[in-house]
Design a protein. Structure first.
Length: 318
């Protein structure tokens, strides 16, 4: 049976306290404050699950494919939720679902879209759903951080997933999304778990044998400055996981403190949070995420002045 948002949480808490005499108001407070959810998700839960009322139908629109998105899709489908998956790439935008959202709005069923890691490039598509509203699930940009739930964790809380159904695999996927290999190490992943998670991630990103080979050559030609504090790699494609995984000491690589990868139409940085904030401020319009504010990633597509980017990185690490 598929529960609506927060209903599973309510049932779990009630079952634990049904014989203790704890009142419903206390249970409501437990729901709001004991779950690891963002303020937005908490608000949506209160709006979507008022006591004694029927649940609003949820329709989940999925963003760019990676291991976390596949885990989200599988979890939602397992519990009978409506999922719209366009098999989009990274940088997925709301407008990719224009026809589906317009059709949903015309249905008039009081439905509630849940937008999972989609750039809201066409907000007018969401206006028909007010005042019923919609929910945004994301862990990028200002929503990123070590202490904020990943998209998978937000989905878990939103649907009220029973704790016994949150598996080690889910924990590893969330850790990988939050902090890459360092995130996996943080939750005690062993070598086999790290290798398996990263292999599945690279496969879903569609990294070819040729791209993997060019990444290996690019690493051999890397340039280190500032006593090794900054590593520059020039990559002929934008599949950066082929580089970052090979560079990780956990997978036998040389390691890095701050890594900048220049591709023909894209730049990506992996490293200290202070550098990421500086780059995000100096070069707006990109993306950021990860284990911020300590560590994370930043990127920007389009015409790039590599000299200026390097200068900002080196100044911040000096």
């Amino acid at each position: 049976m598929a529960f609506g948002p927060c209903v599973g949480i309510l049932f779990l808490i009630l079952s634990r306290n049904q014989s203790s005499g704890i009142g419903l108001e206390t249970v409501k407070l437990q729901i709001l404050f004991s779950q690891k959810m963002t303020d937005e998700i908490q608000t949506q839960c209160k709006e979507l699950s008022p006591a004694g009322e029927s649940q609003v139908p949820l329709y989940f629109f999925l963003g760019g494919i990676d291991l976390e998105m596949v885990a989200i899709r599988d979890l939602l489908q397992m519990h009978g939720f409506s999922v719209v998956d366009g098999n989009l790439g990274w940088g997925a935008k709301l407008s990719a679902y224009k026809s589906e959202l317009e059709e949903l709005a015309r249905s008039g069923d009081g439905v509630h879209p849940v937008l999972v890691e989609l750039e809201i490039d066409a907000p007018a598509l969401l206006s028909p759903f007010n005042p019923g509203g919609y929910t945004i699930v994301d862990h990028h940009g200002d929503r990123a951080g070590h202490d904020t739930p990943t998209a998978l964790e937000q989905i878990r809380d939103l649907i009220g997933l029973p704790s016994e159904e949150w598996t080690r695999f889910h924990e590893l996927v969330a850790a990988n999304d939050r902090g890459h290999i360092l995130g996996l190490v943080e939750v005690g992943a062993n070598q086999a778990e790290i290798e398996e998670i990263r292999l599945r991630e690279r496969e879903l990103q569609g990294i070819s044998t040729a791209e993997d080979t060019t990444a290996a050559h690019a690493i051999e030609n890397r340039v280190e400055t500032h006593g090794g504090a900054v590593t520059r790699i020039d990559l002929p494609h934008a599949k950066t996981a082929a580089v970052t995984d090979r560079m990780s000491p956990a997978l036998g690589g040389p390691g890095y403190d701050n890594l900048v990868i220049f591709s023909p139409e894209e730049v990506n940085f992996f490293g200290n949070g202070s550098v990421i904030e500086r780059l995000d401020s100096r070069f707006p319009g990109g993306w950021k995420g990860g284990n911020l504010p300590k560590k994370g990633f930043w990127g920007l597509s389009g015409a790039i002045d590599t000299g200026k980017v390097l200068s900002e990185i080196e100044e911040e690490t000096s």
